[in-house]
Design a protein around this ligand. Structure first.
Ligand code: WT7
Length: 567
């Protein structure tokens, strides 16, 4: 029997108090995610249960119980507090998927600070923009990422502490740098948890838009209610499960469902800190007997490509429930997984801004391959007419995916950008920026984004950010960045550029430009290709027409070009 039982029944009787009651939270109470995911789970009798199995990229293995997690997060929290870090200070986590990342996340929350997790593959420029925007006071990182931080630290007056978690010789440390090596520290058994309330800020995740710099999505401790209940009902985690979320905590899936969700339920999870390969992933599932697996369509398509032979070499019979997020999950992938894993992938749709799963195929519900499923109970979701912003009643008609605000994990604002936040609401609806249709049985079918943001392998890339990086190269005159089709990643980044006088197109220059922007962008945002153009298509007012370049890449009809200046 799945945790959700009957979806219809849950819809009829739903109230968020179900989550509040299970978490023993009443309005006005203290609620602290860091405390709940460690101390509270220990109090509930799970101190000795394994919370985390970790395997490093070189094969090192480690194992931590909930009590270990409690002690480690207390120790880091206390260390941060002794530095003078406190309530609402932004603390950036800039690490690979090592245990310290997970412990620091809880530790920083325990002292009431705001955690700002950033993907460790970000280049120094991407890091700088986000640290400057959040006025971050401390960054916790590893030796291997230190050079990027060193490059920008002088431009960041707010950044007071650079904390390095590997063993580090004191003489190697430069200004602002502090070594914190957990394994050589005396563990802290008792600490005063900062009494955060429902609306106290917790996590600040950065996401990309079409224009302007990345936006900091501000979440609060009350999000726990959504994250807890969606993990229970959608991912269906049960006491003896071994759970694997393949997402990095630099992105929201890796925190909402890679830390908070499973640990608030006292579930054992495992983490593999290495890149993708079909062999290593199957081996990992077999070794740890993973039963619930939350992954992404690009990974599933890569596994499909690796072929059936390799699946048969591993015992994957531990798998009980599979879910996916981040980009369209094609029908073929659902059918394939059913055939080779004996279970279908259940699609889940949500966003950094929503903080928790919004639309999904629930365990036990009929799956229509290719469809995202139905809204979570308590979530009012619809598609709106793009002109009137009224809900569309006709089945099958495409509209804008929208939700009625009010669920616990909804973002509270964009950091220092209330204006952009307000733009997301129309007629009392929150606009996701995506398009879909709803069929006559209430299933949502994803169509695409409603803006120019590129979704490559589940990572959102702002064309603006890539274009800006390109423009900083002395040879680049103008740039336009669009998505190009790709078998595995669905979309990859393609750049069109014009050159300044005196520069000649060619592979050498292409390589030079690529190397130049690699330092500024994260690996996921890197263009796969740069095409040199004599001029870029523009509107009469001089705006570059990405739409036209996009259509060219996808072999689509170009449509109305009457406003083009130089077609
Ligand atoms: C955007 C949000 C929160 C999960 C990680 C991504 C796209 C997300 C699906 C899905 C089709 C999806 C949307 C959305 N997306 N899930 N199941 N099917 N598209 O978080 O980086 O904030 O991206 O990812 O375009 O708006 P994010």
């Amino acid at each position: 029997m799945s945790n959700i039982g009957s979806y219809e029944e849950r819809l009829r009787n739903f109230d968020w108090s179900i989550a509040a009651d299970e978490l023993e939270f009443r309005n006005g109470d203290v609620i602290n995610i860091g405390w709940y995911c460690s101390d509270r789970i220990c109090q509930k009798g799970k101190a000795g249960k394994v919370a985390l199995y970790y395997e490093g990229f070189a094969g090192a293995e480690k194992k931590y119980t909930f009590n270990d997690v409690r002690l480690a997060s207390n120790t880091i929290g206390t260390f941060l507090r002794e530095l003078g870090l406190a309530k609402e200070d932004r603390i950036c986590l800039f690490m690979d998927r090592i245990p310290e990342l997970y412990f620091s996340f809880l530790g920083a929350l325990k002292i009431g600070s705001i955690v700002q997790p950033l993907f460790s593959a970000f280049g120094d420029e991407s890091l700088f923009i986000r640290l400057e925007n959040a006025q971050t006071r401390a960054i916790i990182t590893q030796k291997k990422h230190l050079s990027k931080v060193r490059k920008i630290k002088d431009k960041l007056p707010c950044l007071e502490f650079i904390i390095i978690v590997d063993q580090h010789e004191a003489k190697e440390l430069k200004e602002k740098e502090i070594s914190f090596h957990l394994e050589t520290y005396t563990l802290v058994d008792k600490m005063d948890i900062y009494p955060t309330k429902a609306e106290s800020p917790s996590v600040l995740h950065y996401t990309s838009g079409t224009t302007g710099q990345p936006k900091g999505v501000k979440h609060v401790h009350y999000s726990l209610l959504s994250q807890y209940l969606t993990t229970k009902w959608v991912l269906d985690l049960q006491d003896n499960d071994i759970y694997w979320c393949t997402a990095d905590p630099g992105w929201v899936t890796g925190t909402s469902y890679g830390i908070i969700g499973p640990w608030s339920l006292g579930i054992t999870q495992c983490i593999l800190d290495s890149g993708f390969s079909a062999h290593s992933w199957y081996r990992f599932i077999e070794k740890y007997k993973v039963s619930v697996w939350y992954s992404a369509p690009t990974a599933i398509r890569s596994l499909m490509k690796a072929g059936e032979e390799i699946v048969r070499n591993y015992d994957l019979s531990s798998l009980r429930h599979l879910a996916s997020v981040g980009e369209p999950l094609n029908a073929e992938a659902v059918i394939w997984s059913e055939k080779y894993f004996g279970r279908p992938f259940h699609d889940t749709f949500w966003q950094t801004e929503t903080g928790s799963i919004m639309i999904t195929n629930f365990p036990g519900m009929k799956i229509k391959p290719g469809s995202m499923g139905k809204p979570f109970p308590g979530i009012k979701g619809t598609v709106l007419d793009a002109k009137t912003y009224e809900p569309i009643r006709e089945p099958g008609k495409i509209g804008l995916i929208a939700f009625k605000p009010g669920w616990p994990a909804m973002m509270r604002t964009y950091w220092n950008n209330e204006e952009k936040y307000r733009e997301k609401f129309v007629n009392g609806w929150y606009l996701s920026g995506d398009r879909a249709s709803i069929d006559n049985e209430g299933y949502f079918w994803f169509i695409g984004r409603d803006d120019d943001v590129i979704n490559t392998g589940g990572h959102l890339v702002s064309p603006f950010e890539v274009e800006s990086a390109l423009l900083e190269h002395p040879a680049v005159g103008e740039s336009a960045v669009v998505a190009k089709p790709d078998e595995i990643n669905m979309e990859v980044v393609k750049a069109f550029i014009t050159l300044k006088p005196g520069f000649t197109p060619g592979t050498d220059l292409e390589l030079e430009i690529m190397n130049f922007i690699r330092k500024k962008l994260s690996s996921v945002a890197m263009p796969q290709e740069i095409e040199f153009m004599d001029q870029l298509p523009k509107t009469r007012s001089g705006k570059i027409m990405r739409r036209l370049l996009h259509a060219k890449e996808w072999g689509e009809e170009i449509g109305d070009v009457s406003t083009l200046e130089n077609d």
